[in-house]
Design a protein around this ligand. Structure first.
Ligand SMILES: *[C@@H]1O[C@H](CO)[C@@H](O)[C@H](O)[C@H]1NC(C)=O
Ligand SMILES: *[C@@H]1O[C@H](CO)[C@@H](O)[C@H](O)[C@H]1NC(C)=O
Length: 371
């Protein structure tokens, strides 16, 4: 006998049982509908508006898909944690936003390839908490794409191209490039604060900083659009088109050369270096007002110089300070002078002051904050 047969019911019995259970389901459905109808009449409302009005509330209370996207919801969910000043690590809602605020969406990109290099991996990892708080996707290139240092341009073009291939409303709107030798010091600084005010400065697509040698493209912010895609294509190709131009700092000089040209220049803003590309502060000097140095509370530190060969040690030291999360360095944005400085910058720029003048002035301030 086949082992399957005993479990099989004759078709006639199965048919009758199906009819019975169908009838039962129908009965419950009718009862449920009657119940809804009575409830609706009782409320003097249409049954369906009553029911449907209830549904969105339950849906809204779900944590949104915001984790991977830095929209409003990821901010108001308060996933940040307080600095460990007193040993407790309490979750708090340090970011208060209006529910109607629409933030531009940011992503970050960097490159680190070749043999694993612990100090640089630690520096990249220092960005993780910041990414988590604001939902920034982090694109890390792990292969040498293009000869020399030009992978940076190749990678940015890859990310921007990938975004431009999406429907506009699904794209990232801005990218932060950071070299791998940057340590994220204050994860409570959202990148959105740097975005040029709309519509007055919606033609500004690139925020860069100069150091005393000219452009320092270790960290910059760029709008995700065709302009940016073409800028990096242009910078990447200068060597081929104009080999007579000396690119002292290879890809950095390529970018500097490109953004000086009329086609690009009017969409580039040169902002104070220490906003997001400052070098380590002078720890011996409490009132350090060096324009090139980060302040306590700055977003990050860029370890650009390695003349003494001590870059890994310096990165390790500041990485430890970042991991210690003391309130000296890690503080809410409104306990820093960022917002005042940024507002002042755009206002003065709107009045036609030169970048040089604004940056010398704002950049050279100390941050003595006793809020
Ligand atoms: C630590 O900080 C939290 C939050 O401010 C506070 O509730 C708690 O009492 C503090 N603990 C100590 C030991 O100071
Ligand atoms: C980080 O915190 C530990 C423990 O409190 C401390 O021993 C260490 O000196 C701190 N590191 C720095 C660089 O401040």
């Amino acid at each position: 006998m086949s082992p399957i047969l005993p479990t099989r019911r004759p078709n006639a019995i199965r048919g009758r049982q199906n009819r019975l259970s169908t009838a039962r389901i129908l009965k419950y459905c009718i009862l449920a509908l009657l119940g809804l109808l009575l409830y609706g009449m009782h409320d003097q409302l249409n049954v369906f508006t009553t029911v449907f009005r209830r549904i969105p509330n339950t849906l809204n209370s779900q944590p949104s898909e915001a984790r991977g996207r830095n929209n409003l919801n990821s901010l108001t969910n308060g996933i940040g944690t307080a600095p460990k000043d007193n040993g407790s690590q309490e979750t708090l809602n340090f970011i208060s936003t209006s529910p109607t605020t629409q933030y531009p969406k940011f992503g970050k990109c960097t490159a680190s390839f070749g043999d694993p290099d612990p100090p640089y991996e630690a520096a990249i990892a220092s960005h993780a908490l910041h990414n988590e708080i604001y939902g920034y996707p982090h694109f890390i290139l792990r292969e040498h794409m293009i000869r020399g240092l030009w992978s940076k341009h190749g990678w940015i073009m890859t990310i921007i191209g990938q975004e431009l291939a999406k429907p506009a409303e699904q794209r990232l709107q801005w990218l932060l490039w950071h070299d791998r030798d940057t340590v994220l010091m204050n994860p409570q600084i959202p990148l959105d604060i740097f975005v040029p005010p709309d519509p007055e400065f919606s033609h500004i697509h690139l925020l860069v900083t100069n150091d005393r040698n000219g452009l320092n493209n270790g960290v910059f912010m760029v709008r995700v659009n065709q302009w940016a895609f073409k800028l990096f294509a242009s910078a990447l190709s200068i060597r081929e088109y104009q080999p007579e131009i000396v690119l002292k700092y290879t890809e950095q000089s390529g970018m500097e050369e490109a953004i000086k040209r009329p086609w690009w220049a009017s969409s580039v803003a040169y902002v104070p270096q220490r906003w997001f590309n400052g070098f380590p502060p002078d720890i011996e000097n409490a009132g350090d007002n060096n324009r090139a140095h980060s302040r306590e509370g700055s977003l990050l530190i860029h370890f650009a110089s390695n003349r003494d060969g001590l870059r890994p040690e310096r990165m390790a030291h500041w990485g430890e300070i970042a991991r210690n999360r003391t309130s000296t360095w890690e503080k809410p944005v409104d306990q820093t002078l960022y917002q005042e400085e940024i507002a002042e910058f755009w206002k003065r720029m709107g009045k036609g002051e030169s970048y040089d003048k604004i940056n010398k002035d704002i950049g050279g301030r100390t941050w003595s904050i006793s809020k």
